[in-house]
Design a protein around this ligand. Structure first.
Ligand SMILES: Cc1cc2nc3c(=O)[nH]c(=O)nc-3n(C[C@H](O)[C@H](O)[C@H](O)COP(=O)(O)O)c2cc1C
Length: 188
């Protein structure tokens, strides 16, 4: 028998998940397995993209020896002490040549990779795993470490791990604009 209350609709479940996803900046040492990371990336694989171009590649650095060079490049590209506790990193790369460009030239790569990135963060949340979008890093360091060809941008790094719930103030206070400030009907 299902334990889900009958009034708990898919909308309620989604709203709960979206609210539970917070930027996690403190992780325990428990590793996230490759199986689990693969399940997370599956949700990025099925994300929508402009003209279905899927212009993305997700490069993972876990604690294995083969990932050590990328891991150390990430720590150098975003030298904040808190990311050292992440047990893995997902580098979300987007190919500007593959991405759809509108007639006026607008490149949709950033939109596509943002959707996939948020799928990853929501999937991680659903699996009890903490994540944080990181864009304020030195992209040249990551591009060099991954030997990325021209046109492929490392757009987002997502440190992941199990949230350290024993740490104090693990999440920053939740602050959002009220709906009446952001929802308009018919006029801006
Ligand atoms: C596009 C984008 C870039 C971000 N870059 C960083 C970053 O470089 N470093 C960081 O600590 N957090 C970064 N964040 C996390 C935001 O600070 C965070 O999402 C926001 O403050 C709301 O908090 P919440 O995620 O806990 O709900 C970024 C978030 C987004 C969506």
């Amino acid at each position: 028998m299902s334990t889900t209350p009958s009034n708990h609709t898919p909308y309620d479940a989604f709203l709960d998940l979206a609210a539970q996803r917070r930027s996690c900046r403190r992780f325990t040492s428990r590793p996230v397995t490759r199986d689990t990371i693969t399940r997370i990336i599956e949700t990025a694989r099925i994300a929508p993209s402009a003209v279905n171009r899927q212009p993305w590649t997700f490069v993972v650095a876990d604690n294995s020896d083969e990932c050590a060079p990328l891991r150390s490049a990430i720590l150098q590209a975003y030298p904040r002490p808190w990311i050292q506790s992440a047990t893995a990193f997902i580098v979300c790369c987007v190919d500007h040549h593959q991405a759809w460009h509108r007639n006026d030239g607008k490149d949709h790569a950033s939109i596509d990779i943002a959707i996939a990135t948020e799928h990853i963060c929501l999937a991680a949340t659903a699996l009890g795993i903490g994540s944080c979008w990181v864009c304020n890093f030195d992209a040249a360091i990551i591009a060099t470490a991954l030997n990325l060809p021209e046109g492929i941008e490392p757009a987002v790094i997502i440190p992941i791990g199990y949230p350290d719930t024993n740490a104090e103030a693990i999440y920053r206070p939740f602050a959002r604009k009220p709906l009446n400030e952001i929802l308009k009907w018919g006029k801006f």
